[in-house]
Design a protein around this ligand. Structure first.
Ligand SMILES: [Zn+2]
Length: 66
């Protein structure tokens, strides 16, 4: 199974997770338990494809969510 990189839309946390082939996989964010995550496809290509999506104002990647 391939490993994909995901990014949480809520807190901006990036993480990796296994993606079962042929299925829509929606892991939860390990940091804030949010389910608004999007898959990042730039892991193997070396070229950022979705980095243009700037995080929302007030969203601090890696910052404490509490
Ligand atoms: Zn999160």
């Amino acid at each position: 199974m391939p490993i994909y990189e995901y990014r949480c839309r809520a807190c901006g946390h990036s993480f990796e997770d296994l993606a079962p082939a042929g299925r829509e996989h929606r892991p939860k964010c390990p940091q804030c338990k949010g389910r608004e995550v999007e898959r990042v496809l730039s892991v193997f290509s070396g070229g950022p494809r979705k980095k243009a999506a700037a995080p929302a104002a007030g969203c601090k990647p890696g910052g404490g969510f509490s």
